[in-house]
Design a protein around this ligand. Structure first.
Ligand code: SF4
Length: 176
């Protein structure tokens, strides 16, 4: 059995086996890996750099869940707001993609809209958000579709600016 995770594969075409599922709510992975490089974290080295899953395969997995009677899904990723599908490849290589691939790329707000419109009777959640990447378009999508839950899982950390900088965490500007 090969248990080594690929640092490039999105496993988009593998239908997950859901053990101990309650048959109501399910997680659907939309990204793999992470680019944030917090100094203490192994994810970018064990799961690889960030890459996004083909929206078509995400919709197919959701369709399968809906057919099986699931009522709620959570779109899942280390940093879902950073989702960007441009035909495959690592997020950090987006600037090197062809102009056509860049022009037709799908971001997280567009994916969210697509899922909400395709499955109006499904409750849609997402986790985890990151303050530096969440966009106004994501907030507009939440406000526009009644089936996207009014809920943002937003990890916010307070502490010494020096320590946060050493952790390579994003520091929000203070207004005071
Ligand atoms: S954002 Fe999370 S997963 Fe990514 S490097 Fe930082 S702690 Fe690790």
């Amino acid at each position: 059995m090969n248990v080594i995770l690929s640092k490039e594969e999105t496993y988009g075409d593998i239908a997950p086996v859901r053990l101990n599922s309650n048959g109501v709510t399910a997680f659907v992975s939309i990204t793999r890996g992470c680019d944030n490089m917090c100094t203490f974290c192994v994810v970018p080295f064990t799961r690889g750099r960030e890459r996004s899953r083909d929206p078509q395969s995400i919709l197919e997995e959701i369709n399968d869940l809906v057919t099986k009677g699931f009522k709620e899904i959570t779109l899942l990723g280390q940093n879902v707001d950073s989702y960007l599908w441009y035909g495959g490849g690592l997020k950090k290589d987006f600037a090197k993609a062809t102009p056509m691939a860049q022009a037709t790329a799908v971001d997280f707000a567009q994916l969210l809209n697509q899922v909400a419109i395709s499955y109006p009777n499904l409750r849609v959640r997402f986790a985890t958000s990151n303050p530096q990447d969440i966009s106004d378009d994501v907030l507009h999508a939440i406000s526009k579709h009644r089936n996207i839950c009014n809920y943002i899982h937003l990890p916010v950390q307070s502490g010494s600016d020096r320590i946060l900088k050493e952790m390579n965490r994003y520091i929000l500007e203070r207004n005071t």
